[in-house]
Write a protein that binds this ligand. Structure first.
Ligand code: NDP
Length: 401
């Protein structure tokens, strides 16, 4: 039985709130705090009408204002903070959690606003502080990072003596009916995918131009989709925690239409993160673009199709080479029926709630800063299907890679 504070009221915050409300025996009450309080109120009202759960408090807070956030946390006194606002706020929220003496969980690693470069070093540097305070910080507990890291831990624990090749494969075969939209925060998403690609091979990072490695991969219940190698943050922690990996790559599907829009956005300067003057006011082109693009939290209605995200792994068991595939498929329609949010928000929010539940129930513990693959994967995966993300696995799968 615990009280938690959810920070962020976008598509992911909505799903976390719905899922917490579905388990009132664990999440006895919670607060949704975000920059715009009306968005928190809307989620609380939807949950009350859909689920009858009415133990939600809402608040407005700028999560980059450490004293204000610390005060809010101290006043509400939660067991932990579930941070599903933006990666820019990771460090200020970690600081406020330390000040207020509460545990922390997030779904994306820190990225400075002025440089589109995300890496764990900023947050791993909090290791001693969290240890000394006797607190836990859980990093990257969405789907990818998150479930993909836990899938890898399951493979390493139960199916291999050594894992050698890891390919994380992420398909979205959904159709939201819009000419162009991103499935989570457009600013964070466009910064992520326009960076050069990168993968791990033979003990070092190999950098490649964005979208330069492409392959048709076949996804369960979906079929073949054009997939591209890009850099994704869980690769950094996975190669650290599974040093037997000889190669680790991340693949994501993109349609031609999406890539054409992206190319135009870049070519006309709208993906820029340097300030420009517009009618006497300084604006950041990418921030302005976010304002005019569809809100990812509002894409759910009429979104058809599904996502499929999993890990394809090759390694050694009892001296023999073995292949293994573990994945989840998630229907956008089903996610919307349950939470009024689309599948990408759903696949992020469900693991965030499940990770919080693990900490509350003492199934994950330890003081300091942890990536999710460092915890026991079993109790998490035991309940993930029941929480809405059923998963499947196949030993001896044809990996195509
Ligand atoms: P949205 O943009 O829809 O929502 C972000 C929320 O954070 C908004 O409510 C926003 O408030 C709030 N916010 C922004 N800045 C602040 C601030 N300074 N103080 C308080 N609140 C703030 O994003 P999504 O819900 O789609 O995604 C949330 C995050 O989840 C993503 O940015 C990404 O990092 C992570 N993610 C992780 C995935 C994974 O698998 N691990 C996959 C997808 C997303 P306002 O409404 O006022 O702007």
């Amino acid at each position: 039985m615990s009280r938690v504070m959810i920070i962020g009221a976008g598509g992911v915050g909505r799903v976390v709130a719905y899922k917490c409300a579905e388990y009132p025996e664990v999440f006895t009450e919670f607060m949704i705090a975000s920059r715009t309080q009306s968005k928190c109120d809307e989620i609380a009202a939807d949950i009350k009408s859909d689920l009858g759960y009415d133990k939600i408090t809402t608040a407005a807070v700028d999560a980059e204002d450490v004293p204000a956030l610390t005060k809010l946390i101290k006043d509400y006194d939660p067991f932990m903070v579930i941070h599903v606002a933006l990666p820019y706020q990771d460090l200020t929220i970690m600081d406020a959690c330390l000040e207020a003496g509460v545990h922390y969980l997030d779904t994306a690693n820190y990225e400075p606003k002025e440089e589109a470069k995300f890496e764990y070093s900023h947050q791993w540097a909090y290791q001693e502080k969290f240890k000394l305070a006797g607190l836990t910080a859980i990093l990257g507990c969405g789907f990818d990072p998150g479930v993909t890291s836990i899938f890898t831990a399951r493979a390493a624990t139960h199916f291999f003596d050594e894992i050698h090749y890891l390919d994380i494969v992420d398909a979205n075969a959904g159709d939201h009916g819009k000419a162009f939209a991103t499935n989570f925060n457009p600013e964070i998403n466009i910064r992520e995918i326009t960076q050069p690609g990168k993968y791990w091979e033979n003990g070092k990072w190999v950098e490649i131009p964005a979208f330069s490695i492409r392959k048709d991969l076949t996804y369960p219940d979906i079929g073949p989709k054009e997939s591209y190698v890009l850099y994704h943050e869980e690769l950094e922690s996975l190669v650290k925690h599974f040093p037997t990996l000889k190669r680790a790559r991340f693949w994501m599907t993109f349609g031609d239409e999406y890539l054409t829009h992206l190319r135009v956005i870049q070519n006309i300067g709208m993906a820029g993160i340097e300030p420009v003057m517009h009618k006497g006011v300084e604006i950041i082109p990418l921030e302005f673009l976010k304002t005019v693009l569809p809100d990812p939290g509002g894409l759910g209605e009429g979104y058809s199709g599904q996502t499929s995200i999993g890990c394809r792994i090759r390694g050694i068991k009892d001296g023999q080479e073995r292949t293994y595939y573990i994945w989840n498929n998630c229907s956008h329609e089903r996610a919307y029926r349950e939470t009024r949010a689309q599948g990408v928000s759903y696949t992020t929010g469900v693991p965030a709630m499940t990770g919080a539940m693990m900490l509350i129930q003492g199934k994950w513990d330890g003081t300091g800063v942890y990536n999710v693959e460092q915890f026991n994967p079993d109790p998490f995966l035991e309940v993930l299907g029941k929480h809405g993300l059923e998963w499947h696995e196949e030993v001896g799968a044809d990996l195509e890679l």
